[in-house]
Each structure stands twice: as structure tokens, then as C-alpha cells.
Ligand binder design. Structure first.
Ligand code: ZN
Length: 98
């Protein structure tokens, strides 16, 4: 509950990442492995900003949530949030056997 799992995955070009909530009430953040290190950090900050603002449960519009996350993603992430972050490693694309 309320844990944050961060994983790298190969998304199509142009996708930064996304966050999916699961039935345990945990957050699964997927970052596109095909973007640069700096872009990956930015995406992580962006997704953590959504989580800290409760955007997955607040019932507001996507546009409202996005502008709120974007206005604060350059700021420091709440340290208490980082204690809930777990590194889940790299998720290989299921279409490739390697
Ligand atoms: Zn967003």
C-alpha cells in the first residue's frame, strides 16, 4: 500500500513514462529506457509529482493534473515520498527473447 515501484521499460519513441496503480494500492512507475538519463530523471520527477498530489484518486481532469504536475516537477521531490520508492530494474520487452 502506497509503495512506489520504479522500472525501466522500452516504450515507443516519444513516450516519457507512465504510472499505473494496482490492486494493492501501490504505484508502478514505468520509465522509457529509450530516453536519455536526464529525460528519465525528469519523467520520474513528473510521475512522483502526480503521486504526491494524489492525482490518481482526486477525480480532477487530466488537464488539471498535468498542469499541476508540470508546474512543480522542477522542484525538489518530497523526501518522505522517496522512502517509498523501490527500484524494480529493467523490464525486457516481451516481444524480444533476449
Ligand atoms: Zn503527467
Amino acid at each position: 500500500m502506497d509503495e512506489i515501484f520504479v522500472r525501466l521499460i522500452n516504450f515507443p519513441y516519444g513516450v516519457g513514462g507512465t504510472t499505473v496503480t494496482d490492486n494493492d494500492g501501490d504505484y508502478n512507475v514505468y520509465i522509457n529506457a529509450r530516453t536519455s538519463y536526464n529525460q528519465q530523471k525528469e519523467t520520474l520527477n513528473h510521475e512522483l509529482s502526480h503521486i504526491s498530489h494524489d492525482h490518481f484518486y482526486d477525480g480532477k481532469s487530466v488537464e488539471e493534473d498535468e498542469s499541476e504536475a508540470e508546474s512543480e516537477e522542477d522542484q525538489k521531490v518530497d523526501p518522505s515520498l522517496l522512502t517509498r520508492v523501490h527500484w524494480g530494474g529493467y523490464v525486457p520487452c516481451p516481444h524480444h527473447k533476449k
